[in-house]
Design a protein around this ligand. Structure first.
Ligand code: CA
Length: 427
């Protein structure tokens, strides 16, 4: 059996509390640097990081070294048999007491690792897969009509975003500026006044395809390596004015933050759950009724300046990532290693499970109490943190880490936004 289905994870000999979300059941991959500035691939274990770029050639010299560049790119491209082999090897290193003396020297405290963007983002696609989110926005912006558009239950709706502005957690997000239309109908230019978040999961493609190929629902985990957390920052005022007729553009493209640790699908097997019932039945290439389910019981928490504002659950999503990948390739569009597709805002049926401020404050009409103040949209200096966990084998918890970002003043006209710093230190 592949490591996909390790039934009962061994305990790691690395000291940590027993319920640590980065226990041996998780083993996420990231890219980090230390004081020398060199990028390395790491695996998180408890409050430590295993330096895989150093450990692999030393401890597995006969095997192909996929980690020497310090990014996950080569490992992602290597495909499922390599993913399984490396995961089993690392799991053995970190759980077998006999390996301790060989492996110990390649561990460092996580606090000493400055996390980098872990892979080269090829194409970035953002979906819109929560029925609750889509219906909430429909009610706000198209009152009196069906909250869902006619196509919504027939296909996963999405758009292509900007890969070059996907940044790692901790990178400051300069407030975007752009055009908006005032309530009186005048067009003005300036910093966004309605800066928002969207709590999402991102799926990372490893294995490429050629043009004309399609990826079926059942082949999902042969192409997709793993999952990260995504904050799809959104300037609602810019978006509302520009999005007709071609969809989101500058209201989204200024920044998308991702968590630094990519959790392999192999760690999420216990989290797989049936997605909500679909009606009407999807067309054949999206009909997953005869497939092993790809709903995921991933629970998120969203906080602003330390105050928890929402607890969305990914299991509420109408369309799964397997359906999104099948849809994205059905026309024959090829995949590249490092393609990132995000789920869309994760909003559930309750007010406490809405994954964006525009929903939580109902388009700014119902402010939130945060840190002694009232918030509708984000102010300069506000910090947003999204975390998540999923059930692991034998009662363990699989952590997805966190995606963190602080709004920096972007300035008005003519002010230059700060360059994002990829090396900003964070956990
Ligand atoms: Ca989004």
């Amino acid at each position: 059996m592949p490591s996909h289905s390790i039934p009962r994870p061994a305990r790691s000999w690395v000291p940590m509390r027993q319920d640590h979300p980065f226990g041996i059941q998780t083993l996420p991959y990231g890219s980090f640097t230390r004081s020398d500035g060199r990028a390395r691939v790491g695996v998180a274990i408890g409050d430590h990081v295993l330096d895989l770029s150093a450990a692999w050639p030393a401890l597995a010299p006969a095997e192909e070294d996929l980690f020497s560049t310090g990014s996950l790119d080569r490992f992602l491209a290597a495909g499922p048999s390599s993913w399984d082999r490396v995961r089993s090897t690392v799991s053995r290193w970190l759980s077998d007491e006999r390996e301790r003396e060989h492996v110990h020297g390649f561990l460092l405290p996580a606090a000493e690792a400055a996390m980098l963007l872990p892979f080269t983002v090829a194409d970035y696609v953002d979906f819109y897969a929560s029925e609750h989110h889509a219906a909430n926005l429909g009610r706000m912006f198209r009152p009196g009509t069906d909250p869902l558009t006619a196509n919504w239950k027939h296909m996963p709706i999405g758009y292509h975003g900007r890969a070059g502005t996907v940044v790692v957690s901790g990178t400051p997000v300069p407030r975007p500026r752009g055009q908006r239309r005032t309530a009186e109908g005048a067009v003005t230019v300036g910093p966004s006044l309605r800066l928002d978040i969207e709590a999402e999961l991102g799926f990372v493609v490893g294995v490429p395809t050629t043009m004309g190929e399609q990826v079926s629902l059942s082949a999902f985990d042969q192409y997709v390596f793993g999952v990260c957390l995504v904050n799809d920052w959104s300037a609602r005022d810019i978006q509302a004015w520009e999005y007709v007729p071609l969809g989101p553009f500058l209201g989204k493209s200024f920044a998308t933050s991702v968590s630094p640790w990519i959790v392999p699908l192999a760690a999420l097997q216990e989290a797989r759950t049936a997605p909500p019932p679909r009606s009407p039945r999807p067309v054949a290439y999206l009909d997953d009724s005869g497939e092993a389910p790809w709903g995921l019981d991933v629970r998120l928490q969203v906080s602003v300046n330390g105050t928890k504002v929402s607890e969305p659950c990914f299991a509420d999503m109408y369309w799964t990532a397997a359906q999104q990948l099948a849809h994205m390739t059905f026309n024959g569009a090829s995949l590249r290693t490092g393609d990132l597709f995000a789920s869309g805002t994760i909003s559930g049926p309750t007010e406490q499970s809405r994954g964006s401020l525009i929903e939580l404050t109902w388009n700014g009409r119902e402010p939130l109490e945060i840190d002694g103040g009232r918030r509708t949209f984000l102010e300069d200096g506000d910090e947003v943190v999204i975390t998540a966990t999923a059930p692991g084998p034998a009662g363990t918890v699989v952590g997805l880490g966190e995606v963190r970002g602080r709004v920096a003043p972007g300035g008005g006209r003519g002010a230059a936004p700060r360059e994002p710093r990829h090396s900003e230190r964070q956990r």
